[in-house]
Design a protein. Structure first.
Length: 466
């Protein structure tokens, strides 16, 4: 209970502080579409996130799409993960180790970061950690098929939430192989359960594979140094990564089978990702390895419990760790932390338009970096003015895509608007330089730029008809 409540309290601290990032704006947009529109989009893009979008569609229908509402499922998921860390630690290393691991998990900056992210990562962390817990229960009574069935169902949930998180099975397999040396029948039961769970996500695998190159084309192929560099990113703090790994190393005298399970789950998945990222598509992103953090904290909790002989010492160590990571915790709640490196100030752009808005005003939102600039400004304009986007022929929802379809001949889409707001990425003195050439030509022929407001990551300009 205490690790869960501590994690939830820290996660909810300024949960609505950071502006929505690019991926979160996608969640907001897709979650507000009809179920038919969402399913049509998934045939073209983002099939790997289908389960999350369906869950968020129902959640947002009940609780709305405010920043807090959309991020709360992630906060609850990280809270549940903290409880599972404590349960796994207690089962493997004892009650004190479980409590230490759960409280350490609550303090890690990346936990707060993705507990406040309206994406599937926190739910993936929860599902992967639950699978490890269920595996332990199945191994404790390996002949009870019901436990293996529950484990298989959890494996399917992992794949439905995020295919790449199935690499957690590499760690599970290594631990089961070790267990099989002294207990016959365990290995084939595990393989059957894992394969049954993975088979349930074959449709997502087929669609996701066909869309992977489009969605991950920008992820670079990792070099050998990437295997070292990923850990400060996974913890969102080099200092925190060092502290957790050092504490984990102090558990080396514990039971070998318990250490092996935690170590393989913590270490093997990033190696599998690294190896798989040297083909046509690279999957080597630290977000995809977040589910390894609970295994690290189980080990760190065991190490802390071993060196700290009293609860007073445990409290002192946890307090010191909390103070050390405080700067990183503050950074996680920065206004643009969810949109690094774009740092796009959608909120100020919306306020600028709202402040000077006149009835009949239209808008041009330039697609680029950040990709969801149009979604960002529209989100923070609500419930204020709704501006017609002059060059949009088919909105994204009707286009069954993340992006709208634009007018093939832009000049024919102008309807004599007296004023047009143009929002572009970057801070070019002439904002029309960032507009596609054919659209810019149509605007320059009929409009004059009467004012520009440079903001973080973007520029808002007002055009008036000549």
């Amino acid at each position: 209970m205490w690790p869960a409540l501590t994690t939830l309290a820290i996660a909810c601290l300024r949960i609505n502080g950071p502006q929505l990032g690019t991926d979160e704006l996608v969640t907001s947009d897709v979650g507000r579409r009809s179920m038919g529109q969402t399913l049509a989009m998934l045939h073209n893009v983002d099939a790997v996130h289908a389960t999350y979008y369906v869950l968020m569609h129902g959640w947002m229908a009940v609780f709305g799409d405010s920043e807090t509402a959309m991020r709360m499922p992630s906060a609850l998921a990280m809270s549940g993960t903290a409880a599972l860390v404590a349960l796994i630690g207690r089962r493997l290393f004892g009650p004190r180790a479980g409590m230490c691991g759960g409280l350490l998990f609550a303090l890690i900056p990346v936990v707060s970061r993705f507990a406040q992210e309206a994406r599937s990562y926190a739910l993936v962390v929860l599902a992967a950690t639950l699978a490890t817990f269920l595996l332990l229960r199945a191994l404790d009574a390996s002949r009870r098929w019901r436990r293996w069935v529950v484990y298989a169902l959890c494996v399917a949930v992992i794949g439905l939430l995020h295919l790449i998180a199935l690499t957690v099975l590499a760690g599970h397999f290594a631990a089961v192989v070790h267990r099989a040396r002294r207990e016959g029948g365990v290995l084939w039961r595990f393989c059957l359960a894992a394969l049954a769970g993975a088979a349930g996500v074959i449709p997502v695998v087929v669609l996701g594979t066909s869309q992977a190159s489009r969605q991950l084309f920008w992820v670079p192929e990792p070099d050998l140094w990437g295997l070292v560099d990923i850990w400060p990113q996974v913890f969102a703090s080099a200092l925190c990564a060092g502290v957790v790994i050092v504490l984990a190393a102090m558990a080396w005298k514990e039971r070998r089978d318990a250490l092996l399970l935690c170590f393989t789950v913590a270490v093997l998945p990033p190696f599998v990702l690294w190896a798989a990222s040297h083909g046509d598509v690279s999957y080597f992103r630290y977000q995809y390895a977040l589910f390894t953090v609970p295994a690290w904290t189980v080990l760190a909790g065991a190490g802390l419990a071993r060196v700290a002989r009293s609860w007073l010492t445990v409290g002192v160590v946890l307090t010191v760790v909390g103070l050390l990571v405080l700067p990183d915790q503050r950074r996680m709640r920065g206004e643009f932390e969810h949109d690094v490196p774009h740092n796009a100030d959608y909120k100020s752009a919306a306020r600028t338009i709202e402040k000077h808005y006149r009835s009949g005003d239209a808008a041009v939102y330039v697609k680029g970096a950040p990709w969801m600039l149009d979604q960002g400004v529209r989100y923070y304009l609500r419930p204020g003015p709704k501006l017609r986007e002059v060059f949009v022929a088919t909105p994204a929802a009707e286009n069954s895509e993340l992006f709208p379809a634009y007018c093939p001949v832009p000049v024919t889409c102008l309807r004599g608007e007296s004023r047009i707001w143009v929002v572009v990425p970057g801070n070019d003195p002439d904002p029309l330089n960032a507009v596609p050439a054919d659209q810019a030509a149509a605007l320059r022929a009929q409009y004059t730029t009467t004012g520009t407001v440079p903001l973080s990551g973007l520029t808002v300009a007002l055009l008036e008809r000549k």
